[in-house]
Structures are given as C-alpha cells and as structure tokens.
Design a protein. Structure first.
Lengths: 104, 347
C-alpha cells in the first residue's frame, strides 16, 4: 500500500491510493482525474503525459525507445514521462507527478 | 460537386466495431455505407497500434491491430460495403418520424449527402485530428501562421518556415519545402528521428551544407502580431532560450481523437459518451444507434468484443426500421442455407 501525489492542470494536488502493479496512468484514471489515456496504455498516443518531480526521476526505469518516440509528439520538459509506462511498486510510495497540459 | 446517396444505413467510423456491424447488418440484407475521417479503414487499430498484439479477441489467441482489420475486411467482403474515407460527418439531421426514422447525413470534405433509415455511430473516441501542441495563443495564428497540414506547397514559397517534429510528416515536409522556402528550420526535442532513413539522411546533408537549420528544443511561445506570425521562442533542455524568425510554423505531432461535431447532434452526451439502452444500443433518438467505445451504459467495458456484441443487437432493431413489414427469423450461419448464400458459401 502507498500513495502517489498528482497535481492537476488547475494546480490542485491530489493524494491517490496506489495499487501495486498498476500503471500510474491507470491509478490516475481510476481515481477520476482528467487523464485521457486514449490508447489504453499501449504507449501509442502520449495522452497520459506527466511531469515527474526531479527527485523521483532516478527512481524510475528510464524511458524505452517506444516511449521516446511518443514523447516526440508532445511538448516535453526534461522531466517528461508517459504515465502508462510507469508501473507502480511500493518503492514509488509518494511519487509526485503533474499532469502535462493538452492542446485545444 | 455534391453527391447524393440513398441507402439503408450509414455507419460513422470504420474501426473494427463499425466493420463488424457491416457483417451483422449484411446477414439481415441491410446495405451500408461507412464514413471515416482517416484515409484508411481500421480506426485506432490501424492508426495507433497496427503492429501491437491483441490477446482478447475471441478465437484469436493473438492478432495484431492491422491483422484484425484485414480479417474483418475479408469477413465483410461478401456484403460489398461502400467506404467514404477522408471524410468527416459534419451534420446529422432527422427528417423522418420516431416510427419511421429517416436521416440526412452530410460530410464536409466532398460534401456527400446521404439519406438513410438508420445511423450507427461507431466513432470510438471521435475523429482523428492533428495533435495541437499546448502553446499559448497558438489558435490566434492558426490558418495564417500555424498549419497542421500542407495542402498547397505554393503557399509556403519564399517563407521563413519552422517545422516542428521528428516523424515522417515532419521530415518529408522538411525536404520537400526546403527548396522553395526562404529559410527552413527544423525543430525537434532530441537528435533522433523516427522517419524513413533516406529522408533523415537528406535532411542531415542539407544541414551540413548550411541550406537549412536544425535545432533541438521545444517551442516555448510564439512571437508576432496575431494573426501575423514573426517567430517562435525555442526552449532548450538546459533552460536557455532563443528566438527563430519565421512566417509559418508547421507542428507535426501526429494524430489524436476529438469528439468533433457529434457533440452537436442532440444525443444527450454524458462525459463525451453517447448513452444507449442495452437491448438495442439505440440512443435517445430512435433510429440512431451508438456502438463501441463511443457509447456508455451501466457496466460498459471498452473492449472490441463488447462492440461486436453491440453491433449484432443493434442490427436486429435496424431491421425493423429498414423492413418494417418483414418478420425477422433468427438463424445461424452454420445451418442456414439462406445466410450461407449471402456469404457466398452455399453448396
């Protein structure tokens, strides 16, 4: 058991109970925060783009080639990740992410 | 020129669920036309994940997105559906009565008009449209300084062009527009490109000879007197910024899905989904059905197999609208000679 902290696009921070083995995108989606996740976690749409707090970046598996390709299709920052490619485990208890803006 | 087509059913969306609906309708002698905004059939399966394996299609331990689409196309071949690709449905108008529904459907691109007895919306997440980057005030320049597609190359002659992206579209337009541009700059987030190798090589040689510029970074903001674009502020990974002069910016960030005109069809949307009943998958408007990812009802699961089931049940009700005087006999393809004849497999 543990939590993740998600800051939405209005700047409000939410603490969500996390489930081991779930993708961070799935945790955010199931708690009803506005994350699109169009392709359902197949790393094919980049609509689950988040910014990961600096101190957490090194604790994540680095992005694979497929994730890098998808990050090419959004406006990124150095701490950009796709939340469907982060599988939650207890060592990510307290993970801090911010939902990236989406175009109109 | 405006085409006018009369048919039994118009299916909006040619993804897997729309395609299988053709099969279920075809068994009931109902003819259909399918409309899709993409230049190809298959919807998300073909556009987003053609090479990805799918493991939960009944009877297929594993099939790729494109493999499923190819099989569905083979399965519906006996019914000769007509496809209208590269077209978006702009309006859907009811011109009948609840007892005898009749609809007028109009598309935008070629202005085709359809008159039909039922409409099946199988539009998934909506229509595929270019992904617009979240850059402040970008809308103010759309159509004058910002373009998401190139329709006429001549529009860009002697312009200072900024192309953003690292895929095939970005690279193809870079090498195609460079000869007619006053100056062309390509901007991408990293020094790796997901495009045809010979196009990437061509771009690299143009950079090496000083005929164009390549920068790594992101567009931070736009500069200009809207709607006249003058430049873009580029933000590099180290946080530093610089400005590129440009008259036009072409962001090529791939496609995403937007609900689009469906929102205006009076279907009592709930969180961008169309509520339906679970007996006929009919919407609040008699004669308009919604199947697949675009509908919602208690217990809904966004699975392809759910969409197949929904299409089969919707077809039963569509039959009542198309053939009000005929009694529908429930039959199996394994045993019915009449169904087998329709499939072209009767002995």
């Amino acid at each position: 058991m543990g939590v993740i902290h998600v800051t939405d696009r209005a700047g409000q921070r939410h603490t969500l109970e996390a489930v081991e083995g779930w993708r961070v995108m799935e945790i955010i989606r199931d708690w009803g925060l506005p994350i699109e996740g169009l392709c359902g976690g197949a790393c094919e749409c980049a609509t689950c783009h988040v910014f990961v707090a600096e101190e957490w970046l090194d604790k994540l598996y680095p992005p694979g080639e497929e994730e890098e390709d998808q990050l090419d299709t959004v406006v990124t920052k150095p701490n950009s990740r796709l939340s469907c490619q982060i599988i939650w485990t207890p060592h990510l208890d307290g993970l801090e992410v911010t939902l990236a803006p989406t175009g109109s | 020129m405006t085409d006018h087509i009369e048919t039994d059913v118009v299916i909006i969306g040619a993804g897997p669920v729309g395609l299988f609906a053709v099969f279920e309708l075809g068994l009931l002698d109902i003819k259909c036309h399918l409309i899709d905004i993409l230049p190809k059939v298959g919807g998300q399966c073909a556009e987003l994940y053609p090479e990805k394996p799918i493991y939960d299609i009944p009877g297929f331990p594993v099939v790729t997105g494109q493999g499923l689409v190819d099989n569905l196309m083979a399965q519906i071949e006996p019914f000769h559906p007509t496809f209208h690709l590269n077209e978006m449905v702009e309006s859907l108008e009811s011109i009948g009565t609840p007892e005898a529904p009749l609809f007028r459907v109009k598309t935008s691109e070629n202005g085709t008009t359809f008159v039909c007895k039922s409409v099946i919306i199988a539009a998934g997440g909506g229509s595929f449209q270019p992904k617009k980057p979240p850059i402040e005030h970008i809308e103010a320049y759309e159509g004058t300084g910002v373009f998401y597609a190139v329709r006429k190359m001549e529009m860009f002659r002697n312009k200072k062009i900024l192309i953003v992206g690292g895929g095939d579209s970005a690279l193809d337009w870079t090498v195609n527009l460079q000869p007619i541009a006053q100056r062309l700059t390509l901007l991408h987030r990293r020094d790796a490109f997901r495009a045809a190798p010979h196009t990437v090589e061509k771009m690299r040689s143009l950079v090496a000879t000083g005929e164009m510029d390549l920068h790594l970074g992101q567009v931070g903001s736009l500069v200009g007197d809207a709607p006249i674009l003058k430049g873009a502020v580029i933000r590099k990974d180290d946080g530093s910024e610089f400005t590129v002069d440009c008259d036009v910016m072409l962001p090529f960030f791939g496609l995403t899905m937007k609900l689009g005109p469906i929102a205006d069809w009076g279907l009592n949307l709930h969180e961008n989904l169309i509520p339906v009943d679970t007996e006929k998958f009919e919407t609040s408007v008699p004669g308009i059905f919604a199947i697949g990812d675009i509908n919602t009802y208690p217990g809904k699961l966004k699975l392809i197999l759910s969409g197949f089931h929904e299409g089969a049940l919707a077809a039963q009700k569509v039959h009542r609208y198309v053939y009000p005087e005929k009694k529908l006999l429930f039959q199996y393809t394994t045993s019915s000679t009449s169904l087998q004849k329709k499939l072209g497999v009767a002995a």
